[in-house]
Design a protein around this ligand. Structure first.
Ligand code: ARG
Length: 272
């Protein structure tokens, strides 16, 4: 290789590095004065609420909602705005991360429950959900709660599905860290049913991501998702106001239509 050629190559390489450095540095939120960083935990294994794309980006209903929520227009911030910095955490570790204030909030299709309210706080409900039974397509025997008795059931660790499964008499419960794993177990024939969030399962089936599985029509529970924060969070009030704004200005409806191709149901302004 000639010397001149080598120099050009070196120059192009260093320019490339410089550009990369600037690009990375710019997207780093703390370099932007006046904008606060809101650290938000999520477990991106829950289609279509939070998923990680092949290129590593986070996508989903919750991700869109959290991002618009943090914009000044939504009213969450009295200061110029919040930059949301998502942090991927296993679902099972979310509550302790909030308790220890390692994160400012968590959005992850988290159901508001009385038990969880003992240790963390929740925003007003932002999504109406519920648990359902999923079975292999050819299984006609499992139709309702009663037919789950004594069956092998897979659930996600720390989820409301896991709590529910404990109430089924003589059920043999296997626990998994993430959604894709327990559906695989169902398909493999290791368990008879999965108890999990109906919307997420139905979405995966409809979009061809989950084949050979169907959801039993009747929901087992009615649940509401909330954004979770530590108990004495300084952000909770602003988050609640921002949700109210998005609900009344049509933004919530837009995001709902984008992901569910349907009109959103009415939401209560507080849980119970
Ligand atoms: N809604 C259920 C719960 O709160 C399950 C949520 C699972 N979410 C997730 N990102 N893996 O327990």
């Amino acid at each position: 290789m000639t010397k001149a050629k080598l120099k050009w190559q070196q120059l192009i390489l260093s320019l490339g590095c410089l550009l990369l450095f600037i690009a990375c540095n710019n997207s780093y939120p703390t370099t932007n004065p006046g904008v606060q960083v809101l650290k938000v935990a999520t477990d991106p294994t829950f289609i279509p609420f939070e998923i990680q794309t092949a290129s590593g980006n986070l996508e989903g209903f919750d991700i869109d909602l959290m991002n618009v929520l943090a914009q000044p227009a939504a009213g969450i911030a009295k200061i110029p705005g919040f930059t949301v910095q998502f942090e991927s955490l296993p679902f099972d570790g979310m509550i302790s991360a909030l308790q220890a204030k390692r994160v400012d909030a968590a959005i992850s299709g988290i159901t508001i429950t009385a038990e969880r309210l003992k240790t963390i706080a929740f925003s007003r409900p932002y999504f109406k959900a519920g648990l359902a039974i999923a079975v292999r397509e050819d299984n006609q025997n499992i139709k309702d709660f009663n037919s789950l008795k004594g069956k092998k059931i897979a659930v996600q660790i720390g989820s409301t599905g896991a709590d529910f499964a404990k109430t089924i008499p003589n059920a043999k419960i296997s626990t998994f860290n993430s959604g894709p794993e327990f559906f695989q177990d169902l398909l493999n024939g290791n368990v008879d049913a999965v108890v999990s969030d109906a919307f997420a399962t139905l979405y995966s089936i409809k979009n061809g991501k989950l084949k050979g599985i169907r959801v039993v029509a009747d929901l087992l529970t009615e649940e509401y998702y909330g954004i979770a924060t530590p108990k004495d969070s300084p952000h909770l009030d602003a988050i609640n106001k921002a949700i109210a704004t998005l609900l009344s200005n049509g933004t919530y409806k837009q995001i709902y239509r984008k992901w569910f191709n349907a009109e959103p149901p009415q939401l209560p302004d507080s849980w119970r």
